[in-house]
Design a protein around this ligand. Sequence first.
Ligand SMILES: Cc1cc2nc3c(=O)[nH]c(=O)nc-3n(C[C@H](O)[C@H](O)[C@H](O)COP(=O)(O)OP(=O)(O)OC[C@H]3O[C@@H](n4cnc5c(N)ncnc54)[C@H](O)[C@@H]3O)c2cc1C
Length: 431
Amino acid sequence: MTAALARYDDQVGSHRIAVVGAGTAGAAAAILLARAGHAVALFERVAVPGPVGAGITLQPTGQAVLARLGLLDAIAARATRVDGLVCRRPDGRAVVDLRYADVDPGLFGYGLHRGVLFEALLAAARAEPRIALHCGVAIVSTELEAGARWLVDDGGARRGPFDAVVAADGSVSELHASGGVPVRARPYPWGALWFVAVDRGNTLTADRRVVQVVDGPRRMFGLLPTGRAPRGDDLVVSVFWSIRAVRVAAFRARGLAAWRAEALALDPRTAPILDQITDLAELAFTQYRDVRMPRWHGERIVFIGDAAHATSPQLGQGANLALWDAMCLADAFADRGDVAAALAAYTAARRRHLNYYQLATRALTPLFQGDSRVLGWLRDAIFPASRWLAPVRRRMVRTMAGLDRGIVRRAIGLDELRRLALPPAAAAASG
Ligand SMILES: Cc1cc2nc3c(=O)[nH]c(=O)nc-3n(C[C@H](O)[C@H](O)[C@H](O)COP(=O)(O)OP(=O)(O)OC[C@H]3O[C@@H](n4cnc5c(N)ncnc54)[C@H](O)[C@@H]3O)c2cc1C
């Protein structure tokens, strides 16, 4: 039997580029590449993609990329501005209290529903004449043939040829196996139970901070003001309950009343939120994954977003790194005509920023999600000193804002963010 074949060589553009996955990284990369004149085929596994998920934090880095895409104002209109993050103990004592304004009064974050970001990006991708969007197509592998990349879908059909493939299919990437790039991907032992609730009385929204209440490293109750849900006008808040994956069944068996009492003891303000949960089945569980690659490109393929560097979301960078990846990839293609040179330039451009965030996340996560009482004690003893050590506190804020690029390298500055937020032509004109 001859395998089915779908050819994409009639698309017009400088390069024919396939993007696999229409999440944050894939949709943003597809739009930027299409606007730069490439012919893009965007493949999404879900047949009718919808606004799934809970809250995410949009850092200044992610905001700059969305501004370049022309989507920031519409997204910000449905988000809640957040001025910082406080991590405190049940008795109210702060472990860390970080405010963006400590670095620059012009910096802040947004708490927003992942679905708002997803829908805005997907609508913009649909509106691009140079993007051919194929929903309901799961790509399971890729092959190199005669100097081009081909994709194979789950029905066995071969799709191509493409000058380059952008693998943006999330942390459980199907393309890891056939991309020819070394990769280490495994589930992280911890994850979170989550729920999106209406913020009755606006208590948490008005606070304008991400709140984490920690009790040792084993218990963390996170509250993220999330703006307005994709459908509806109520202000919502996302509730995260940190938990080791193997303990989820026991957690559910203990029942709602036991958890409610535990959560209320950590933050009594959450009573009106917890009242909206009538069954523990309403709390969805997400297990995190850890993905490491020594470089993010191979022959005519590049990995971006969670497919390239998923970590635990302790530093709240997932969507922001994905958006920054997309921008750097489009810029790498703009600077080099040749695909191999563009992909190598992409890896070089991303190395410091991504290595820093992967390292910082790996170092910090066991202090917030782990079983070592000693690490929890050390965290509570050492971190509060950042209140008096302004350079340390500013470094922590820059890391939270997505701006750090390494231990010694200068962080991304506000001027650079403003310049990057402009479309390439306007940025060139502004010098
Ligand atoms: C359904 C869902 C809900 C999420 N909810 C949250 C949340 O509440 N809070 C949070 O912080 N993060 C959440 N995330 C993760 C967050 O979106 C990412 O960490 C971040 O935005 C980086 O995005 P990404 O594009 O790299 O990956 P993702 O957002 O995971 O996007 C990957 C995309 O690829 C598609 N895909 C996967 N496999 C294939 C395949 N074989 N062929 C074609 N397409 C494929 C997926 O359907 C998805 O649209 C969620 C992710 C998903 C997929």
